[in-house]
Design a protein around this ligand. Structure first.
Ligand SMILES: Nc1ncnc2c1ncn2[C@@H]1O[C@H](COP(=O)(O)OP(=O)(O)O)[C@@H](O)[C@H]1O
Ligand SMILES: [Mg+2]
Length: 475
């Protein structure tokens, strides 16, 4: 571990990490971690790549300086079983910046509350997942950590991630999402939850709590993933506050963690109402756009041209053998999802579609097929805009730009989250924004202005798209 020497309570990153690179490169790697795992034999490269990456240098930290930041997983209060899974199951080599800074805050006393903002795809979810695993006493068969997130898909994804990272620990994890079939056991008849960690959507979690099936008296950590949305008035604020109130009653010292890539001003002002004295990591909004993901705008004369552009992207990708993995096409509504699906399938384009009106069985199946690589192109509403993690996605198409419900104002946060579905963990990606109406152009301008970015135009021609994909590093 490396101590923070700065005694100011507000620090920017470059001041914070005055640690010579050589220290990291020559890190003494423990030869064994128990469990017969020979770390040295794994031939781990210790260059601390993320320190050279400008990506998160803009993180500002406000709060305690008593923590050390952890340059390796072994520096953290994680069990050998978890570290073993990180190296063997996950193929991780070192913590990302957000993990290096915040995991010591989560894993070591005094367990102060924390608001943590970092770019999409930089390991936030993984980070609090590790935090939860690290705080569990496996011998106590009761919920000790709870994570609330906005969608069923995200809850299942986090469950699967924790199961992989916690594989050797004996820690039990349960997902609290609406049940699959109407005739499954009603909540009041089910057994009380004994899992150590519960991941769920706010409605189901609240229901389990109100039937006293999910006891919170032993809870040590409460996490809100995509926290700005979980606390937004037009998001899940009511449920989140009810859950928090119940926990305050029975576990007043439970640590609260808020993680998201975006916290707009309104949410930032609201945070003190739900959190005590807390540590904070945040980014300036001008620094939020992902560098590794190249964004483009495509002016389309009419809606039919938008469909032509999607076909053009597909043709280019096949013809050029582009290094394109999977694609997500975002649309505004369930109806436009259905319409686009029919149009593309009618044109012989193989595509699957997900939105909230599908049955949960269908939703689960579509996500499973996409995650398994069986399908390559997915049309989605904003159901998957946040948190959805599929490393192979490196092209996002905004068929419709994200608009705040009932207005023609851009949804700035959603725009960023959609872009963040490509370029996971610093991999390269591209985003094509299809603009047709005058309002689309205005919305795009506002987005560019808000994030202080200039999104270049791509003309609708094969050469132009080839150039765009090249510039994005995908050819
Ligand atoms: N330390 C790490 N080393 C390598 N890959 C990582 C590490 N932490 C996270 N990842 C991977 O990066 C991707 C994005 O992580 P995630 O936690 O979903 O990011 P975020 O929540 O910030 O969007 C995931 O596929 C995850 O497995
Ligand atoms: Mg996440």
């Amino acid at each position: 571990m490396y101590s923070l020497s700065n005694s100011n309570s507000t620090m920017t990153h470059p001041n914070l990490f005055l640690v010579p690179h050589a220290v990291h490169r020559n890190d003494a790697v423990p030869s064994t971690l128990g469990l017969d795992l020979n770390i040295a034999a794994l031939n781990i490269h210790r260059e601390n790549m993320f320190l050279d990456d400008p990506e998160d240098f803009s993180i500002t930290i406000v709060g305690d300086t008593l923590y050390s930041w952890a340059g390796t997983f072994e520096d953290m209060e994680l069990s050998p079983e978890v570290i073993r899974a990180l190296y063997l199951n996950m193929g991780y080599r070192r913590p990302s910046k957000i993990q290096a800074i915040t995991l010591p805050m989560i894993l070591t006393p005094p367990y102060k509350d924390l608001v943590a903002q970092a770019h999409n795809g930089t390991g936030k979810t993984t980070c609090f997942g590790l935090g939860m695993l690290g705080r569990i006493d496996p011998n106590l068969k009761a919920p000790q950590a709870l994570c609330i997130c906005p969608t069923r898909e995200l809850a299942i994804q986090i469950l699967e991630l924790l199961q992989r990272m916690g594989m050797y620990t004996g820690i039990k994890i349960e997902c609290a999402v609406p049940s699959l079939t109407a005739n499954s056991t009603p909540v009041r008849d089910r057994a009380p939850v004994t899992a150590h960690i519960v991941i769920g959507t706010s409605g189901t979690v609240h229901k389990l709590m109100s039937y006293k099936k999910l006891g919170v008296s032993r809870l040590k950590v409460l996490v809100f993933d995509e926290a700005d949305h979980m606390l937004a008035e037009d998001g899940f604020r009511d449920d989140s506050l009810r859950i928090k109130k119940e926990i305050d009653k029975f576990s007043p010292h439970c640590q609260v963690l808020l993680f998201s890539a975006t916290f707009n001003e309104m949410i930032t002002k609201f945070i003190p109402r739900v959190m005590k004295d807390h540590n904070k990591l945040f980014l300036k909004k001008e620094e939020l756009s992902l560098e590794a993901v190249k964004q483009y705008k495509v002016y389309c004369a009419d809606e039919l041209t938008k469909i032509d552009v999607i076909m053009l992207i597909k043709t280019k990708i096949f013809e050029l053998g582009a290094n394109i993995g999977q694609r997500i096409i975002f649309v505004r509504s369930r109806n436009s999802a259905k319409m686009l699906h029919e149009e593309l399938v009618g044109d012989g384009y193989s595509v699957t579609t997900i939105h909230g009106a599908l049955s949960v069985e269908d939703r689960d199946k579509i996500v499973k097929e996409f995650k398994g690589g069986l399908t390559r192109v997915l049309i989605s509403t904003d159901l998957l805009a946040r948190g959805f993690d599929q490393q192979q996605v490196n092209c996002v198409v905004n068929y419709d730009l994200p608009i705040k419900r009932g207005t023609s104002e851009p949804d700035y946060e959603l725009y960023l989250h959609r872009c963040g579905r490509a370029g996971r963990f610093w991999s390269k990606g591209s985003v094509f924004n299809l603009l047709c109406l005058d309002t689309d152009k205005l919305v795009m301008e506002k987005i560019e202005h808000y994030y202080n970015i200039q999104v270049p135009e791509v003309k609708i021609s094969e050469q132009a798209f080839e150039g765009a994909l090249k510039a994005a590093g995908l050819l």
